[in-house]
Design a protein around this ligand. Structure first.
Ligand code: ADE
Length: 224
């Protein structure tokens, strides 16, 4: 998969790709991530990429021209399955959306700033608008990092068997079961006996029950 990220603040977003699972996925060449600084696509003085909004009001709006130039250049080079705009009024990200985007070949992610982008960018250039939750960030960069993490870990070969995404929370609309590691007893608190029994049938049944109980207690909406 190839991910092209368009941003005015690439430095805000680079470090997540330089550590842990996303770094490994890049090293294994299962994904490549490319940053494009919008300021490289404007001819205005001071590398201006935003302007006052028509009709007045507080807050600057990102202009269409630099965004159009950047996206058009990328589209000349290859086909994109999704051109995504990160915005608090987009569709809320969930696991099934991440599963579906992870099947893409190439995607573009546009990070918004200020009061957002000129509506014509959304009408003409964007194919998918995604929010990571009902709260407002200062820009779309951290949201783009979260989107990339959820999709990259789903690409076959990124996780090994032990960390397989198939056992993650939400994969079957259930939260993940409780997990334990050594020691078997700590300050009087014991690990459930079945987990140390070696009986894999019983262990599997216990995990299913634990996942169901957790989901009923914490997220009954997932069971509806
Ligand atoms: N940009 C600002 N807030 C955001 C959010 N909640 N989701 C996605 N992009 C955003």
């Amino acid at each position: 998969m190839r991910i092209d990220i368009i941003t005015v603040l690439p430095e805000l977003l680079k470090s997540p790709f330089e550590a842990s699972i996303m770094k490994r996925a890049i090293e294994k060449q299962l994904v490549s991530v490319h940053f494009h600084n919008l300021r490289d696509y404007t001819e205005l003085s001071y590398n201006q990429i935003d302007d006052y909004q028509y009709g007045g009001g507080a807050g600057m709006v990102m202009m269409i021209e630099p965004i159009d130039k950047c996206i058009s250049k990328l589209k000349l080079e290859r086909h994109y399955d999704h051109i995504i705009y990160m915005t608090p009024d987009g569709e809320t990200l969930n696991q099934s959306m991440a599963n579906s985007i992870s099947l893409s070949g190439n995607i573009i992610i546009l990070c918004g700033h200020y009061k957002g982008v000129d509506q014509r960018v959304r009408d003409l250039l964007i194919t998918k608008e995604i929010s990571i939750g009902d709260y407002v960030l200062s820009g779309g960069e951290l949201a783009a990092g979260i989107l990339c993490d959820t999709i990259i870990r789903l690409i076959p070969g990124v996780l090994n068997n032990e960390t397989s995404a198939l056992t993650d929370s939400f994969q079957d609309n259930l939260l993940a079961p409780a997990v334990y590691t050594r020691p078997a007893e700590y300050k009087g608190l014991k690990v459930p006996e079945v987990l140390t029994s070696g009986d894999f049938g019983k262990i599997e049944a216990w995990r299913e029950k634990s996942a169901l109980e957790r989901t009923q207690e914490r997220r009954p909406d997932l069971l509806e």
